[in-house]
Ligand binder design. Structure first.
Ligand code: FES
Length: 167
């Protein structure tokens, strides 16, 4: 079966060939993942967080991805964007912002970016699990966090139904 190449932006292709911050982080403060074993696309985000001028700040961020080009490019740009930011600033990054930074994603690939941001939000939640919840962190799941769960369910259903993995 022949495949039609996806209309990726030049930026997605460039970052995919040369991703930044790829790999495990041994001294991470927190690690979280998002994705679906069904489609084989899993993204793991590692964050090193420390207090800088009284603010929880992301000193380092890295990722491991078993996803597609869009997922790798999203995670690469996301980890670049959040490095040096406060955790509060990183919390407010949206998948749409990541997609825009990448010059846009094909609509069939939106979920790849949603998963990258979803993993970041999970990591931030996990970081504060046994700490005092900062006032900026909503107590309940936000629509974007729910969207990650929906995407995970949807791709599992879709790929199970297809019985194959899309590259
Ligand atoms: Fe890109 Fe599933 S993460 S196709």
């Amino acid at each position: 079966m022949s495949k039609i190449p996806l209309p990726y932006s030049p930026k997605v292709l460039e970052i995919f060939k040369n991703p930044k911050n790829l790999g495990k982080m041994d001294d991470a403060s927190v690690v979280a993942e998002a994705g679906s074993l069904a489609c084989g696309d899993i993204i793991k985000i590692y964050l090193k967080i420390e207090k800088v001028n009284g603010e929880d700040t992301i000193l380092k961020a890295s990722f491991e991805s078993y996803g597609c080009a869009a997922n790798i490019a999203s995670a690469s740009i996301l980890t670049e964007l959040i490095k040096g930011k406060t955790v509060k600033e990183a919390w407010n990054i949206s998948w749409k912002q990541i997609s825009d930074e990448l010059g846009g994603l094909p609509s069939i690939k939106y979920h790849c970016s949603i998963l990258a941001v979803g993993a970041l939000k999970r990591a931030i939640r996990k970081y504060y699990e046994n700490k005092k919840r900062p006032e900026w962190l909503p107590e309940k799941e936000t629509p974007e966090e729910k969207q990650t769960l929906e995407v995970e369910k949807l791709i599992e259903k879709l790929y199970k139904g297809l019985g194959q993995v899309q590259a």
